[in-house]
Design a protein around this ligand. Structure first.
Ligand SMILES: Cc1cc2nc3c(=O)[nH]c(=O)nc-3n(C[C@H](O)[C@H](O)[C@H](O)COP(=O)(O)OP(=O)(O)OC[C@H]3O[C@@H](n4cnc5c(N)ncnc54)[C@H](O)[C@@H]3O)c2cc1C
Length: 479
């Protein structure tokens, strides 16, 4: 909500004059709502929150912030899990929450031109009348914005088949930290000049604020089938996943849910009918033509049975199918039953190393006395160890953070990497040297400077904090 109280901060007055009072929030109550994203382990209040209504207003606000040398932190819905939208160094948040129009849908070329404060699920709801859909579907899709998805290169259960956000972005309108507006790509499939789209997608708000995008749409499939395969061991379930992929089958989704998550989901409003006695449940979705789905369904059933599945059930109707997905997508919310706070981690290992990675996670959690449950995109080897904790207990928080670092190290040692979809943010910026050499990190910093010479755009994120000194100094120095 905008702030109507009089303010003495001259920056706030200048922003109010330029954009109107309803576009600027600066009262302590409003700022408190923006002090973190979905990673509540780190908190800092922004100096001011700006809610522009257009690309032009965003550019006007950024020019004012640049002149005042104030760090600029882009924000969508704040569902990020790596602290990317958490303000740092007295920064200003630029929230796209009011920019959520679908500007155009081209049903022939299957494209949508949208403002990037649009909520992910609202795009597919809008295009359903043409039987078109936007494929990347983060589990947070009813809340997160397409701008956040672009910045994090978000994935989702159905990205195993369709690929993550980067494969669905054709063009972007971006406000640079100078306030200049640039186009990166566009509706045409093959842009001229350097193709900067893949550089920008996944850059976590460090290269500019993306305000509009041209996104690819895909036709809704003729048939969708969802299957549930419970297993008595997580190892066996993981081996079944590798065997499905090795057989050359491309399911729309391959999701794994462990016993602790099943217990939390089944005791919650997200109860999906997952068997409580299973050590793991594999959720498989197939889409395509009727013949394809029937053929692949039979083959996956055989593979699961050969790997010890206790049963193999198909959702009998659309209602049951939705219930199975509600359990998976509501799993993080269901964890609220275990403890008041949840740390949702995100790391990746090669699919065939999932059993070793899960064994390492379990050893680390047990040794450090941390409650950890796993629900993950098994097809992509993308793990989400979920640690439940009480943020009021400093000693428990310390153990959770240590477990997080050790889990990242274990995944990297198994040939994996630090993030599949949640990004680096402030959560893992100091872990980057686990996977990059100094020369590589320095190259990242140079790319960043080319877009943002003053170091104002989401500073101290996605680079080790040891490389943030000059950004902090720039933010303090008057121009
Ligand atoms: C319950 C739950 C389930 C989740 N499931 C998934 C999942 O399945 N897959 C997945 O990938 N993620 C998942 N997430 C994480 C999160 O929802 C995604 O990262 C999402 O893309 C963040 O979108 P947002 O609008 O909330 O962005 P925010 O959290 O507001 O911002 C995220 C980052 O993007 C930057 N940013 C935001 N908007 C812009 C913009 N317009 N231009 C430039 N930079 C911008 C911010 O500075 C920040 O660095 C989940 C989160 C929750 C809470």
């Amino acid at each position: 909500m905008p702030d109507f109280s009089p303010s003495r901060d001259p920056l706030v007055s200048e922003l109010e004059q330029a954009l109107g009072r309803d576009a600027v929030a600066a009262s302590p109550e409003h700022l408190a709502a923006y002090e973190c994203d979905g990673l509540a382990l780190y908190k800092e209040r922004p100096r001011v929150v700006i809610l522009p209504r257009s690309t032009g207003e965003t550019a006007r606000a950024v020019r004012i912030l640049n002149r005042a040398h104030v760090p600029i932190v882009p924000r969508g819905a704040g569902t990020g899990l790596s602290g990317g939208a958490t303000p740092v160094k007295g920064g200003a948040l630029v929230s796209l929450a009011r920019m959520r129009r679908v500007l155009e849908v081209d049903t022939v070329d299957r494209l949508a031109h949208v403002e990037l404060g649009l909520v992910n699920a609202d795009l597919s709801a809008h295009t359903a009348r043409w039987k078109l859909t936007y494929a990347p579907d983060p589990s947070s899709q009813t809340a997160c914005t397409l701008g956040g998805n672009v910045a994090e290169n978000s994935g989702g259960p159905h990205c195993f088949k369709h690929g993550a956000t980067t494969l669905h972005v054709l063009g972007l309108t971006v406000v640079l930290s100078s306030g200049e507006v640039v186009s990166i790509g566009g509706p045409e499939p093959d842009p001229q000049g350097y193709d900067l789209r893949t550089l920008f997608v996944g850059s976590e708000g460090t290269l500019g604020i993306a305000t509009e995008a041209w996104l690819r749409l895909v036709p809704k499939p003729e048939v969708v089938e969802t299957y549930l395969a419970p297993f008595s061991s997580m190892d066996a379930a993981c081996r079944a996943v590798s065997a499905v992929v090795a057989a050359g089958i491309l399911p729309a989704a391959l999701e794994m849910i462990d016993d602790r998550t099943i217990a939390a989901v089944e005791a919650s409003i997200f109860a999906a009918g997952y068997p409580r006695d299973a050590a793991a449940v594999l959720l498989v979705e197939l889409d395509g033509s009727r013949a394809e789905v029937r053929r692949d369904g039979t083959r996956i059933q055989e593979i699961c049975k050969n790997h010890g599945a206790l049963r193999f059930e198909s959702a009998t109707d659309e209602e049951q199918r939705k219930r199975l997905w509600k359990g998976r997508k509501g799993a993080f919310g269901a964890m609220g039953r275990i403890a008041p706070d949840l740390y949702v981690m995100d790391c990746v290992v090669p699919r065939t190393r999932l059993p070793q990675a899960l064994a390492a996670i379990s050893e680390i959690a047990d040794r450090l006395g941390v409650k950890c449950a796993n629900v993950f995109h098994a097809g992509d080897g993308n793990l989400h160890p979920n640690m439940s904790y009480d943020g009021r207990n400093a000693e428990e928080v310390r153990r959770v953070l240590q477990a997080g670092e050790e889990i990242c190290r274990a995944c990297v040692d198994l040939g994996g990497t630090l993030s599949g979809e949640h990004g680096i943010g402030i959560e893992k910026n100091d872990f980057l040297p686990m996977v990059f050499r100094p020369a590589e990190l320095s190259a990242f910093q140079q790319v960043r400077r080319a877009f943002d010479p003053d170091g104002l755009m989401n500073p101290c994120k996605s680079l080790p904090s040891s490389m943030c000194g000059e950004i902090a100094a720039a933010a303090r120095a008057p121009k």
